[in-house]
Design a binder for this molecule. Sequence first.
Ligand code: NAG
Length: 146
Amino acid sequence: MSTSLRKLAALVWLAHYTYAIPQASTTLATTSVPTVIISTSVPSPTVPLNSLVPSQAVLPPVQPWCIGQIFCPGQLLQIVNLAQPYSDAKTIVDKPTSKSSQQVLADFAAFNLSTLTEGNIVNLLDNDFLGEGSRTPGCSITGIQC
Ligand SMILES: *[C@@H]1O[C@H](CO)[C@@H](O)[C@H](O)[C@H]1NC(C)=O
C-alpha cells in the first residue's frame, strides 16, 4: 500500500472515529477537517407509483417524550413506512426536512389519505426531505455539527 493510500485510509478511519465518538474530538482538534460524504437514498418503491398506499393500521399511542409529528410515531411516519419507498425502513428518520416542520406537515395534510398513492409519498420525500445525515438549514450552533 502506498504512503498516500495509507494516509487516506488513516484519515477515513479517523473521520469515522471522530464521528462515532464525539467526546474524543478534543484530542483530535489539530487534525484537518475530514470531508464528510453525504449519501442520499433515492426512493425506489417496489410497486408502481400510481398504486394506492395500503390503508393504515391503528395509529400508535402518542409518546409524550417524543417531540414533533414528523419523526415520532404517528400518521406521517406510519404512512411512509406502509409505502415502503426505501429498502431500509429506517432511512426516513435519517433525513432532515428541507422545509419547516409546519410546511412538511401542511404538505402531508393536503393528501387525501383514501386516495394516497405511492407517487404522492415519493414526491413528498423528494420535495420536503434532504439527504440522510445532511445538515438542516439554519443550524448555527458554533462547534456543534447538527
Ligand atoms: C378523498 O377521496 C375520496 C375518494 O375519491 C372522496 O370520496 C373524498 O371526498 C375525498 N376526501 C376529501 C377530503 O377530499
